[in-house]
Design a protein around this ligand. Structure first.
Ligand code: NAD
Length: 274
C-alpha cells in the first residue's frame, strides 16, 4: 500500500511515518538510514544535537532514492538559539547534510528562561522566505510558546514535535494544535520501551497478527499524528514500516486510550530545559 502523507498549513506535505535518529552514532547513521530508505521510509528526522547530520548526509547521497523524494528534518540546537546563530548554524547543518534545500527545520526546545525563541523563530522564517528551507516548525513548545511566536510574527509553525505515546497521550493540548492547524509529530512514539509487553497491547497485536510496536505506530497513524520511530536493527526498521495493511477498531483505540497517564512523561519538561 502507498504510504500516507499529511498536508501542512503552508500547503506542503510530509510523509506520515518517518525514521528518527536520536542516539544513532554518526558512524552508524549511514547504514541505519540507508536501510530505512531501502525499506521505504522517506522522512528522516535528525537534529544538530544528535551529532549525526554528516552520517545522514552520507546515507542521502549513497541511496538510490532521488533527493526530491526524501523529506529531511533537522532541528536547531539549544545553544544556537538567537537570530544570527540560527542562520549560521543552519548553514553548518546544510554543509554536514550536503543538501541544497532542507524540507523542515525545527526549534528543538523553547528554552523559555533564555527567552530567545522568538528571535530564533524570526530567523527560521527568513530562511523559509529565502527558499533555503521549505517549512518551519517547532518542538517541545507548550501552548503559551506557540501563542507567543504566532502573536509576534503571524507565522504559524507547520508542526510541533512533542513527546506522545500510549502512556502520555497529550490530549489536553490537541485542541490548540487543531485550532491553529499545527500538525503534531510524536516523539518517543513507542514510549521508550515499556509498552512492548503490555497486556492490552499484546492482546490487540495477536488479533491482528502484528507486534505491539506495530500496534502503537498504527495508533498514532489512525489519529492523524506524524510518527518517527527509531531503531538501528534492520528487522525492527522493517517491522516499524510494515504498518500500512491494517487499522485498529474503535474499541481497540478506546482500550489504548485507557493507558493514558498525565504523569506519564518520560523525557524532560519543556519549561525546565535550558
Ligand atoms: P522510540 O519510541 O522510537 O523507540 C523506543 C525504543 O524502542 C528505542 O530504544 C528503540 O531502539 C526500540 N525499538 C524501536 N522499534 C522497536 C521494535 N519494533 N521492537 C522493539 N523495540 C523497538 O524512541 P525515541 O528514539 O526516543 O524517539 C524516536 C525519535 O523521535 C528519535 O529518534 C528522534 O528523532 C525523535 N525525538 C525527538 C525529541 C525532541 O526533543 N524533539 C526527543 C526524543 C526523540
Amino acid at each position: 500500500p502507498q504510504q500516507p502523507r499529511i498536508t501542512l498549513n503552508d500547503g506542503t506535505s510530509i510523509p506520515q511515518l518517518g525514521f528518527g535518529v536520536w542516539q544513532v552514532p554518526d558512524a552508524e547513521a549511514p547504514a541505519a538510514v540507508g536501510e530505512a530508505i531501502r525499506v521505504g521510509y522517506r522522512l528522516i528526522d535528525t537534529a544538530q544535537a544528535y551529532e549525526n547530520e554528516a552520517g545522514v548526509g552520507i546515507a542521502i547521497r549513497e541511496s538510490d532514492c532521488a533527493r526530491d523524494r526524501l523529506y529531511i528534518t533537522s532541528k536547531l540546537h539549544n545553544r544556537n538559539q538567537g537570530y544570527d546563530s540560527t542562520l549560521s548554524s543552519f548553514d553548518e547543518s546544510m554543509a554536514r547534510l550536503g543538501i541544497a534545500v532542507m524540507d523542515l527545520f525545527l526549534i528543538h526546545w523553547p528554552m523559555p528562561a533564555t527567552d530567545r525563541y522568538v528571535e530564533s523563530w524570526k530567523a527560521m522564517v527568513r530562511l523559509r522566505e529565502e527558499g533555503r528551507v521549505r517549512s518551519v516548525g517547532v518542538s517541545n513548545f507548550l501552548p503559551e510558546h506557540l501563542e507567543r511566536i504566532i502573536g509576534e510574527t503571524g507565522v504559524v509553525p507547520v508542526v510541533n514535535q512533542i513527546e506522545l505515546h500510549p502512556g502520555y497521550q497529550q490530549r489536553g493540548v490537541r485542541a490548540i494544535h487543531a485550532a491553529h492547524n499545527i500538525a503534531i509529530e510524536s516523539w518517543s512514539p513507542l514510549g521508550r520501551g515499556e509498552f512492548f509487553s503490555h497486556p492490552v497491547l499484546t492482546e490487540i497485536a495477536d488479533k491482528h497478527d502484528k507486534t505491539t510496536a506495530q500496534v502503537m505506530l498504527r495508533w498514532h497513524l489512525d489519529q492523524g499524528l506524524i510518527v518517527i520511530p527509531k531503531s538501528v536493527t534492520p528487522g525492527r526498521i522493517a517491522e516499524n514500516f510494515d504498518v500500512f495493511d491494517f487499522s485498529l477498531a474503535p474499541e481497540e483505540m478506546a482500550a489504548i486510550a485507557e493507558l493514558d497517564d498525565v504523569n506519564g512523561k518520560r523525557g524532560p519538561k519543556p519549561e525546565n530545559v535550558n
